[in-house]
Design a protein around this ligand. Structure first.
Ligand code: ADP
Ligand code: MG
Length: 255
């Protein structure tokens, strides 16, 4: 897994009819770091996330991962270039096991394809075994090893969120986009999830873009923070720097 490339967001503007949701926003996600994007409601965080994952197309500006131009690519192309996101609504059969969910995350990596698998070619069998082994490793890494054969739907909420995260990891990303990963969690689940996210950075060297409301989690996890307000980048730096920035305090208190 090579992580030597930074994710560069340069002068990205997104306009919706009459409204500028992102106004020439720039920031760089350093390889192997957690970069938080924060800001009050309506600041443009989700829009930013949607541009990075290809769901929205920027009106102008660019997004690059190392030398690869991501600007304007469809979500599946961006994913194939190594930028994975979690999906809140896993379109899975309700009784699919965790193992099945994670194997689905590996589909884009399947070389031999369904035809070979259907014909039961030896190459396909070898590949299927390798995928299953990797699924076990990733489940172990995030703490789902004992849950692989359970239907994801019976797991507590915190663990279901870990399934989403593990499924994204199964795509072997270089950058992982997390939109409010601890929203709706208990204090214990928040701590556990934060530890897993830190482990993804430190153990796997994957860069993480974190859109998150929980300031405690942001301050503990983030290496760098970009602060948005009304679509503009109003501050950036380390968590300590932005926490003490008057413009940030002002934005959160409301003018
Ligand atoms: P945040 O996630 O920080 O709360 P959003 O990115 O969701 O902010 O929204 C930023 C602004 O863009 C808001 O004013 C919101 O109403 C607007 N917006 C977001 N998505 C759309 C859309 N698809 N169409 C029109 N306006 C949108
Ligand atoms: Mg949002």
């Amino acid at each position: 897994m090579s992580t030597a490339e930074a994710l560069q967001v340069a002068d990205v503007t997104v306009k919706f009819a009459g409204l500028t949701a992102l106004d020439s926003v720039s920031f760089t996600v350093e390889p192997g770091s957690v970069h938080a994007v924060i800001g009050p409601n309506g600041a443009g965080k989700s829009t930013c996330f949607n541009v990075l994952s290809g769901v929205y197309r920027a009106t102008s500006g660019s997004v690059r991962l190392g030398d690869a131009e991501l600007t304007g690519l469809a979500p599946h192309r961006i994913a194939a270039l190594g930028v994975a996101r979690t999906f809140q609504n896993l379109a899975l059969p309700p009784r699919a096991t965790v193992s099945d969910s994670l194997l689905l995350g590996r589909h884009r990596l399947t070389r031999t394809g369904f035809l070979a698998a259907g014909l039961r070619l030896p190459s396909a069998a070898r590949e299927a075994r390798a995928h299953l082994q990797r699924v076990h490793e990733i489940a172990e890494f995030v703490g789902l090893a004992d849950d692989l054969e359970k239907p994801a739907g019976v797991l507590p909420y915190g663990k279901q969120k870990l399934v989403e995260l593990a499924r994204a990891l199964c795509m072997e990303p270089r950058v992982l986009l997390l939109d409010e990963p601890v929203a709706g969690m208990t204090a214990d689940e928040r701590r556990a999830t934060a530890a897993v996210v830190a482990g993804v950075r430190d153990g796997l060297g994957i860069s993480i873009v974190l859109v998150e409301h929980d300031m405690g989690v942001v301050m503990r996890l983030a290496d760098a923070v970009t602060v948005l307000d009304f679509g503009k980048r109003i501050a950036g730096g380390t968590p300590a720097q932005v926490q003490n920035d008057p413009a940030v305090v002002q934005a959160y208190l409301g003018a």
